[in-house]
Design a protein around this ligand. Structure first.
Ligand SMILES: [Zn+2]
Length: 323
Protein backbone atom coordinates (compact mmCIF):
# COMPACT_ATOMS: atom_id res chain seq x y z
CA UNK A 1 0.00 0.00 0.00
CA UNK A 2 1.34 3.41 -0.96
CA UNK A 3 1.44 6.00 1.80
CA UNK A 4 0.67 9.44 0.37
CA UNK A 5 0.68 13.00 1.67
CA UNK A 6 -1.43 15.67 0.00
CA UNK A 7 0.76 18.62 -0.97
CA UNK A 8 -1.07 21.89 -1.68
CA UNK A 9 0.54 25.07 -3.01
CA UNK A 10 -1.74 28.09 -2.69
CA UNK A 11 -0.70 30.90 -5.03
CA UNK A 12 -2.32 34.19 -6.00
CA UNK A 13 -3.37 32.78 -9.38
CA UNK A 14 -3.38 28.97 -9.11
CA UNK A 15 -3.65 26.53 -6.25
CA UNK A 16 -1.79 23.38 -7.27
CA UNK A 17 -2.02 20.10 -5.42
CA UNK A 18 -0.97 16.48 -5.77
CA UNK A 19 -0.63 13.22 -3.84
CA UNK A 20 3.01 12.53 -3.04
CA UNK A 21 5.07 9.59 -1.77
CA UNK A 22 8.06 10.16 0.55
CA UNK A 23 10.31 9.45 -2.45
CA UNK A 24 8.89 12.55 -4.16
CA UNK A 25 6.83 10.59 -6.69
CA UNK A 26 3.77 12.65 -7.56
CA UNK A 27 0.29 11.33 -8.41
CA UNK A 28 -2.68 13.13 -9.98
CA UNK A 29 -1.43 16.73 -9.93
CA UNK A 30 -4.27 19.18 -10.43
CA UNK A 31 -5.25 22.77 -9.68
CA UNK A 32 -8.04 25.24 -9.01
CA UNK A 33 -7.95 28.95 -9.82
CA UNK A 34 -7.40 30.81 -6.53
CA UNK A 35 -8.52 34.23 -7.72
CA UNK A 36 -11.92 32.97 -8.92
CA UNK A 37 -13.20 32.57 -5.36
CA UNK A 38 -14.36 35.74 -3.63
CA UNK A 39 -13.52 34.63 -0.10
CA UNK A 40 -11.61 31.97 1.77
CA UNK A 41 -14.72 30.00 2.75
CA UNK A 42 -15.80 29.27 -0.85
CA UNK A 43 -12.19 28.76 -1.87
CA UNK A 44 -11.49 26.07 0.73
CA UNK A 45 -14.83 24.33 0.07
CA UNK A 46 -13.99 24.06 -3.61
CA UNK A 47 -10.42 23.00 -2.95
CA UNK A 48 -11.69 20.19 -0.71
CA UNK A 49 -14.21 19.15 -3.37
CA UNK A 50 -11.52 18.99 -6.06
CA UNK A 51 -9.12 17.04 -3.83
CA UNK A 52 -11.90 14.55 -3.10
CA UNK A 53 -12.67 14.12 -6.80
CA UNK A 54 -9.02 13.31 -7.43
CA UNK A 55 -8.79 10.91 -4.48
CA UNK A 56 -11.49 8.87 -6.22
CA UNK A 57 -9.28 8.59 -9.31
CA UNK A 58 -6.49 6.75 -7.47
CA UNK A 59 -6.48 3.24 -8.87
CA UNK A 60 -4.08 1.50 -6.46
CA UNK A 61 -4.03 0.68 -2.74
CA UNK A 62 -3.22 3.84 -0.83
CA UNK A 63 -3.47 5.58 2.49
CA UNK A 64 -3.46 9.36 2.97
CA UNK A 65 -1.23 10.06 5.95
CA UNK A 66 -0.94 13.87 6.04
CA UNK A 67 -1.78 17.19 4.42
CA UNK A 68 0.68 20.00 3.93
CA UNK A 69 0.11 23.50 2.62
CA UNK A 70 2.32 26.19 1.14
CA UNK A 71 0.57 29.55 1.70
CA UNK A 72 1.76 33.14 1.07
CA UNK A 73 2.25 35.31 4.18
CA UNK A 74 1.43 32.53 6.60
CA UNK A 75 2.94 32.61 10.07
CA UNK A 76 4.94 29.39 10.41
CA UNK A 77 4.32 29.19 14.14
CA UNK A 78 0.56 29.89 14.24
CA UNK A 79 -0.51 28.66 10.73
CA UNK A 80 -2.44 31.92 10.49
CA UNK A 81 -2.72 34.28 7.55
CA UNK A 82 -3.65 37.68 8.95
CA UNK A 83 -2.78 39.63 5.81
CA UNK A 84 -1.94 38.57 2.30
CA UNK A 85 -0.76 40.77 -0.55
CA UNK A 86 -2.11 38.59 -3.35
CA UNK A 87 -5.11 36.73 -1.90
CA UNK A 88 -8.70 37.92 -1.47
CA UNK A 89 -8.93 36.55 2.06
CA UNK A 90 -10.35 38.58 4.89
CA UNK A 91 -9.27 39.02 8.49
CA UNK A 92 -7.47 36.09 10.05
CA UNK A 93 -7.52 32.75 8.26
CA UNK A 94 -6.21 29.68 10.05
CA UNK A 95 -5.58 27.21 7.25
CA UNK A 96 -4.96 24.32 9.63
CA UNK A 97 -8.25 24.79 11.52
CA UNK A 98 -10.27 25.14 8.31
CA UNK A 99 -8.96 21.89 6.83
CA UNK A 100 -9.15 20.04 10.15
CA UNK A 101 -12.94 19.99 9.56
CA UNK A 102 -12.47 17.97 6.39
CA UNK A 103 -9.66 15.67 7.56
CA UNK A 104 -10.03 15.51 11.37
CA UNK A 105 -7.69 12.55 11.86
CA UNK A 106 -4.76 13.66 9.73
CA UNK A 107 -1.76 15.77 10.72
CA UNK A 108 -1.81 19.09 8.86
CA UNK A 109 1.26 21.23 8.18
CA UNK A 110 1.39 24.80 6.91
CA UNK A 111 4.37 26.81 5.67
CA UNK A 112 4.98 29.89 3.51
CA UNK A 113 4.78 28.89 -0.18
CA UNK A 114 8.20 30.25 -1.12
CA UNK A 115 9.79 28.59 1.92
CA UNK A 116 8.08 25.36 0.81
CA UNK A 117 9.81 25.72 -2.58
CA UNK A 118 13.15 25.98 -0.76
CA UNK A 119 12.37 22.74 1.11
CA UNK A 120 11.40 21.15 -2.22
CA UNK A 121 14.81 22.15 -3.54
CA UNK A 122 16.50 20.84 -0.39
CA UNK A 123 14.94 17.36 -0.34
CA UNK A 124 14.00 16.66 -3.95
CA UNK A 125 15.76 19.24 -6.14
CA UNK A 126 19.12 20.80 -6.88
CA UNK A 127 20.05 21.72 -3.29
CA UNK A 128 20.25 18.20 -1.83
CA UNK A 129 23.85 18.58 -0.69
CA UNK A 130 23.82 22.31 0.01
CA UNK A 131 23.82 24.12 3.32
CA UNK A 132 23.49 27.63 1.92
CA UNK A 133 21.11 28.44 -0.90
CA UNK A 134 18.20 30.70 -1.79
CA UNK A 135 15.05 29.79 -3.66
CA UNK A 136 13.23 32.63 -5.43
CA UNK A 137 9.72 32.07 -6.79
CA UNK A 138 8.45 34.63 -9.29
CA UNK A 139 4.88 34.61 -10.58
CA UNK A 140 1.94 36.62 -9.27
CA UNK A 141 4.39 37.91 -6.66
CA UNK A 142 8.01 37.36 -5.68
CA UNK A 143 8.67 35.02 -2.76
CA UNK A 144 11.86 33.64 -1.31
CA UNK A 145 13.06 30.84 0.92
CA UNK A 146 16.48 31.25 2.49
CA UNK A 147 18.52 28.34 3.80
CA UNK A 148 21.59 29.36 5.76
CA UNK A 149 23.94 26.88 7.38
CA UNK A 150 21.43 24.11 6.64
CA UNK A 151 18.55 25.91 8.34
CA UNK A 152 15.47 27.48 6.78
CA UNK A 153 15.31 31.06 8.06
CA UNK A 154 11.99 31.93 9.77
CA UNK A 155 13.05 34.87 11.92
CA UNK A 156 11.45 35.80 15.21
CA UNK A 157 7.83 35.88 14.08
CA UNK A 158 8.00 33.36 11.22
CA UNK A 159 7.91 35.90 8.39
CA UNK A 160 11.61 36.34 7.59
CA UNK A 161 12.71 36.17 3.97
CA UNK A 162 10.21 38.50 2.29
CA UNK A 163 12.76 39.45 -0.38
CA UNK A 164 9.88 40.49 -2.68
CA UNK A 165 9.06 43.31 -0.29
CA UNK A 166 12.37 45.09 -0.01
CA UNK A 167 12.04 48.62 -1.39
CA UNK A 168 14.19 49.01 -4.49
CA UNK A 169 13.29 52.27 -6.23
CA UNK A 170 11.25 55.45 -5.91
CA UNK A 171 8.91 55.38 -8.90
CA UNK A 172 5.74 55.21 -6.79
CA UNK A 173 4.71 51.77 -7.96
CA UNK A 174 2.02 50.66 -5.51
CA UNK A 175 2.62 47.25 -4.00
CA UNK A 176 -0.19 44.90 -2.89
CA UNK A 177 1.37 45.01 0.58
CA UNK A 178 0.25 48.65 0.86
CA UNK A 179 3.67 50.24 0.41
CA UNK A 180 5.48 51.50 -2.67
CA UNK A 181 8.29 50.25 -4.91
CA UNK A 182 8.84 46.80 -3.45
CA UNK A 183 10.96 44.50 -5.65
CA UNK A 184 7.76 42.57 -6.41
CA UNK A 185 6.30 45.63 -8.17
CA UNK A 186 9.17 45.36 -10.70
CA UNK A 187 9.88 41.63 -10.76
CA UNK A 188 6.59 39.70 -11.02
CA UNK A 189 3.92 39.17 -13.69
CA UNK A 190 2.31 42.52 -12.87
CA UNK A 191 5.71 44.24 -12.60
CA UNK A 192 6.79 43.03 -16.04
CA UNK A 193 3.50 44.24 -17.54
CA UNK A 194 3.88 47.62 -15.86
CA UNK A 195 7.43 48.05 -17.19
CA UNK A 196 6.27 47.23 -20.73
CA UNK A 197 3.43 49.78 -20.46
CA UNK A 198 5.81 52.46 -19.17
CA UNK A 199 8.21 51.83 -22.05
CA UNK A 200 5.37 52.13 -24.57
CA UNK A 201 4.23 55.40 -23.01
CA UNK A 202 7.73 56.84 -22.96
CA UNK A 203 8.67 56.31 -26.61
CA UNK A 204 7.14 55.78 -30.01
CA UNK A 205 8.93 52.56 -30.87
CA UNK A 206 6.78 50.23 -32.98
CA UNK A 207 5.72 47.22 -30.92
CA UNK A 208 3.32 44.33 -31.35
CA UNK A 209 2.46 44.82 -27.67
CA UNK A 210 0.58 48.00 -28.61
CA UNK A 211 -1.99 45.88 -30.45
CA UNK A 212 -2.82 43.83 -27.36
CA UNK A 213 -5.70 45.04 -25.13
CA UNK A 214 -4.53 46.11 -21.65
CA UNK A 215 -6.36 43.33 -19.80
CA UNK A 216 -4.92 40.64 -22.09
CA UNK A 217 -1.30 41.79 -21.88
CA UNK A 218 0.78 39.59 -19.57
CA UNK A 219 4.35 38.44 -18.92
CA UNK A 220 3.93 35.38 -21.13
CA UNK A 221 2.82 37.44 -24.15
CA UNK A 222 5.65 39.90 -23.53
CA UNK A 223 8.13 36.99 -23.44
CA UNK A 224 6.73 35.57 -26.67
CA UNK A 225 7.00 38.99 -28.34
CA UNK A 226 10.59 39.38 -27.11
CA UNK A 227 11.49 36.05 -28.71
CA UNK A 228 9.99 37.35 -31.95
CA UNK A 229 12.35 40.34 -31.74
CA UNK A 230 10.02 43.01 -30.36
CA UNK A 231 12.30 45.75 -29.00
CA UNK A 232 9.97 46.98 -26.23
CA UNK A 233 9.46 43.41 -25.02
CA UNK A 234 13.21 42.70 -25.04
CA UNK A 235 13.91 45.93 -23.15
CA UNK A 236 11.20 45.00 -20.62
CA UNK A 237 13.05 41.81 -19.70
CA UNK A 238 16.40 43.63 -19.58
CA UNK A 239 14.97 46.11 -17.06
CA UNK A 240 13.33 43.31 -15.05
CA UNK A 241 16.61 41.37 -15.00
CA UNK A 242 18.47 44.48 -13.90
CA UNK A 243 16.20 44.93 -10.88
CA UNK A 244 16.45 41.27 -9.99
CA UNK A 245 20.20 40.88 -10.58
CA UNK A 246 21.19 44.02 -8.71
CA UNK A 247 19.08 43.10 -5.69
CA UNK A 248 20.29 39.51 -5.72
CA UNK A 249 23.84 40.91 -5.53
CA UNK A 250 22.74 42.77 -2.39
CA UNK A 251 21.23 39.59 -0.96
CA UNK A 252 24.47 37.71 -1.69
CA UNK A 253 26.40 40.30 0.32
CA UNK A 254 24.32 39.34 3.35
CA UNK A 255 23.96 35.57 2.90
CA UNK A 256 26.59 34.31 0.45
CA UNK A 257 24.67 31.29 -0.87
CA UNK A 258 26.20 28.51 -2.94
CA UNK A 259 23.37 28.70 -5.46
CA UNK A 260 20.24 30.75 -6.14
CA UNK A 261 17.36 28.84 -7.71
CA UNK A 262 14.66 30.66 -9.67
CA UNK A 263 11.24 29.06 -10.07
CA UNK A 264 7.62 29.95 -10.79
CA UNK A 265 5.97 31.27 -13.94
CA UNK A 266 9.05 33.34 -14.80
CA UNK A 267 10.98 30.17 -15.68
CA UNK A 268 8.99 30.06 -18.92
CA UNK A 269 10.87 33.20 -20.03
CA UNK A 270 14.17 31.27 -19.98
CA UNK A 271 17.25 33.22 -21.06
CA UNK A 272 15.17 36.37 -21.56
CA UNK A 273 15.20 36.84 -17.78
CA UNK A 274 18.20 34.70 -16.80
CA UNK A 275 20.79 36.48 -18.96
CA UNK A 276 20.16 40.09 -17.81
CA UNK A 277 19.74 38.90 -14.21
CA UNK A 278 23.13 37.14 -14.31
CA UNK A 279 24.72 40.14 -15.99
CA UNK A 280 23.52 42.64 -13.40
CA UNK A 281 24.18 40.35 -10.47
CA UNK A 282 27.77 40.00 -11.68
CA UNK A 283 28.23 43.74 -12.23
CA UNK A 284 26.99 44.51 -8.72
CA UNK A 285 28.61 41.68 -6.77
CA UNK A 286 31.26 42.44 -4.20
CA UNK A 287 34.64 41.28 -5.51
CA UNK A 288 35.04 38.67 -2.77
CA UNK A 289 31.95 36.81 -4.03
CA UNK A 290 32.84 36.76 -7.74
CA UNK A 291 32.70 33.29 -9.33
CA UNK A 292 31.68 31.75 -6.01
CA UNK A 293 28.00 31.09 -6.64
CA UNK A 294 25.57 29.95 -9.29
CA UNK A 295 22.25 31.35 -10.44
CA UNK A 296 19.98 28.89 -12.24
CA UNK A 297 16.42 27.76 -12.78
CA UNK A 298 15.08 25.12 -10.43
CA UNK A 299 15.47 21.62 -11.82
CA UNK A 300 12.07 20.72 -10.35
CA UNK A 301 9.03 20.98 -12.59
CA UNK A 302 7.39 24.39 -12.54
CA UNK A 303 4.39 23.60 -10.34
CA UNK A 304 6.01 20.96 -8.18
CA UNK A 305 8.66 22.68 -6.02
CA UNK A 306 6.26 24.05 -3.38
CA UNK A 307 4.09 20.90 -3.38
CA UNK A 308 7.17 18.74 -2.78
CA UNK A 309 8.52 21.12 -0.16
CA UNK A 310 5.20 21.20 1.68
CA UNK A 311 5.10 17.40 1.96
CA UNK A 312 8.81 17.36 2.90
CA UNK A 313 7.78 19.29 5.99
CA UNK A 314 5.78 16.20 6.98
CA UNK A 315 8.09 13.43 5.71
CA UNK A 316 11.29 15.03 7.05
CA UNK A 317 9.77 17.02 9.89
CA UNK A 318 12.28 16.01 12.59
CA UNK A 319 15.20 16.82 10.35
CA UNK A 320 13.75 20.23 9.42
CA UNK A 321 12.65 21.26 12.91
CA UNK A 322 15.67 19.96 14.86
CA UNK A 323 18.29 20.94 12.33
ZN1 LIG B 1 5.37 45.09 -0.97
Amino acid sequence: MKKLAIGIDIGGTNTNFAFVEASGKIYFPDKILTYKYENEKIFFENLYKKINENLKKINFDFEIIALSFGVPFVNFYSSEVSFSANLKWKAKVNVKNIFKKYFPHLPIFVINDAKASALGEMFYGGAKDMKDFISITIGTGLGSGIVSNGKLIHGKGGFAGEFGHIIVDNKNRICNCGRKDCLETYVSNAGIKKTALELMQKNNEISILREIPFEKLNAEIIAKSALEGDKIAIKTFEITGKYLGKNLANLVAILHPEEIFLSGGISKSGDLILKPTKKHMKINLLKIFKNSLKLSFSRLKNNEAAILGAVALFFFNKQIINN
